[in-house]
Design a protein around this ligand. Structure first.
Ligand SMILES: Nc1ncnc2c1ncn2[C@@H]1O[C@H](COP(=O)(O)OP(=O)(O)O[C@H]2O[C@H](CO)[C@@H](O)[C@H](O)[C@H]2O)[C@@H](O)[C@H]1O
Length: 484
């Protein structure tokens, strides 16, 4: 059996470019599916940092005009895997982040930038951009949402590859006005409710969900939730209509990057058998955040500071957390009102609450390796990775019972504790009462050392690697190829 070839297209890919969990997953997938005879090539935009980081790039295809601007497809190897990059200076040669300028303002032409990525992906996957055709095109989130549409409307149906659309976050849909349609170089038939049209404009995620051969999301729990209006964000009707194409495959974590035995960001390495060695990491977190020592749990939060992540509710419970003897080390960026609230809380509780506004990958590793519990009060969470990193590092997750959080953390209820199966604390609803009760439970459990260590160990011994999910993606690709 020859390996199945898959082109995975996304706007982020760890370690080259990352703003959130999408990058972790896109970066880890090629290695996850490789043992199952799937050869995956990632395809990402040529942001300046990406082009700088890559060596020995060769041009495999040139566009005089890709949706109006010249572009090249570059091929290279990165971390021993094939990688394709869209070098289109008019779209991607800019300072700032992948989606916004240095001030955090979204680029006005984000629709066109990522439509160009999607169109190039469809050309590559179909063998029209200087490389061999692929069996399957796997598109991630709205930025790649038009790729299945370009396959359907611009490629020969008898030879085009199968497609998968993965939802990492339904809240971002890539919606643009009707005028935008004329920039896409799609045939008029694409302007239809069964195509890219959505509420009188262009829906990029909607197009992918409507036209891909299969839809996945990143946990079974979220796959169920998005069928309901509270979570479907307007797309629940479409999702229900295509339910036979939908499945939930839970994210794994890259156990080479996240390994407490070897992590270069940790002053002290440890395992489930040597948890006492974490103490040195805790001292390092306390020093980094200006925290006084204490007997209660040291909580951490590593998050985008947004409504999705329940960070407004976190602000409400901070006095309660400190009142119970807890401390908090928080790392994040996001809404300015939430950042201001955190600064105020840190000023009220010096030595008890320390915050770092910004993005810092090594610090995130240290916090998982030194703090006692990670708070994740998300209102919705397609999968969530920080609870998985917490499990792997003995940093007990305290999570809202939603989406992938509910699927991956075993609540420390009486039965689970008796069975030695508990790995964290779940709570519901995401409100002052819900979260403050969860913090109270955590403080009590933490005081019972034996029980706490058992919870930490059970988490660390859980299999959160990509093994199972890599197999599930490979099986899906294979089914699609067979039924193409
Ligand atoms: N300030 C900071 N400094 C350093 N690191 C930081 C950071 N803030 C966040 N991170 C890191 O960014 C990642 C966040 O991943 P999540 O899965 O928790 O959420 P996100 O909403 O970005 O992802 C979306 O996609 C992923 C992938 O499918 C889903 O798991 C998730 O539910 C969905 O919302 C983690 O690796 C975390 O450590």
């Amino acid at each position: 059996m020859s390996p199945l070839s898959v082109l995975s297209v996304a706007s982020e890919c760890w370690p080259l470019v990352k703003t959130g969990g999408l990058a972790d997953v896109v970066g880890a997938l090629p290695a996850a599916v490789a043992p199952h005879d799937v050869a995956m090539t990632a395809f990402i935009p040529g942001y300046p940092a990406v082009l700088r980081a890559l060596e020995r790039k060769r041009t495999v295809h040139r566009y005089a005009s890709l949706l109006g601007a010249p572009a090249r497809i570059l091929a290279c190897r990165h971390e021993d895997r094939p990688l394709l990059v869209l070098d289109a200076p008019a779209y991607f040669d800019r300072d700032g982040g992948p989606y916004s300028d240095a001030m955090g303002r979204d680029w006005l032409d984000n629709g066109l930038r990522f439509a160009a990525l999607a169109k190039a992906a469809a050309d590559i996957a179909s063998g029209q951009a200087g490389v061999k055709p692929f069996d399957v095109l796997h598109a991630h989130d709205w930025q790649a949402g038009l790729a299945p549409a370009y396959l359907v409307y611009t490629q020969d149906p008898s030879t085009r590859p199968a497609s998968v659309m993965t939802i990492h976050n339904m809240a971002f849909q890539g919606y643009f006005g009707a005028d935008f349609f004329h920039r896409l170089e799609l045939p008029p038939t694409a302007w239809s409710i069964d195509g890219v049209e959505y509420h009188g404009g262009v829906g990029m995620l909607k197009a992918g969900l409507m036209l891909a051969d299969a839809i996945t999301t990143v946990s079974p729990g979220y796959a169920e939730e998005i069928r309901k209006p509270e979570f479907g964000m307007g797309l629940e009707g479409l999702i229900n209509g295509r339910q036979d194409r939908l499945s939930g495959i839970v994210n794994g974590i890259d156990t080479r990057e996240w390994n407490a035995r070897t992590d270069p960001a940790l002053p002290a390495h440890y395992s489930a058998e040597t948890l006492e060695d974490r103490a040195a990491n805790k001292r390092a977190v306390e020093a980094a955040f200006g925290l006084e020592p204490g007997n209660g749990p040291l909580f951490t939060v590593i998050s985008r500071l947004t409504w999705q992540k329940g960070m407004d509710v976190l602000l409400e419970v901070l006095d309660h957390l400190v009142g119970l003897g807890g401390r908090l080390a928080l790392l994040g960026t996001g809404d300015s009102a939430i950042e201001a609230g955190l600064h105020a809380a840190a000023a009220r509780h010096p030595g008890r609450i320390g915050i770092r506004i910004g993005y810092d990958e090594p610090l995130a590793h240290l916090m998982q390796g030194g703090c006692d519990a990670i708070l994740i009060p998300s209102r919705f969470e397609p999968c969530g990775l920080t609870q998985l990193y917490g499990l792997a590092y003995g940093c007990v997750p305290v999570v809202a019972r939603t989406g992938g959080l509910g699927d991956t953390v075993v609540d420390a209820n009486v039965a689970a504790l008796a069975a030695g199966a508990a790995t964290g604390i779940q709570f519901s609803p995401v409100s002052y009462e819900g979260l403050s009760d969860a913090i109270t439970r955590t403080v009590r459990l933490f005081a019972d050392r034996e029980t706490w260590v058992q919870i930490q160990r059970s988490g660390m011994l859980t299999d959160f690697s990509w093994a199972k999910s890599g197999r599930a993606y490979a099986a899906l690709y294979r089914r699609l190829k067979e039924h193409a």
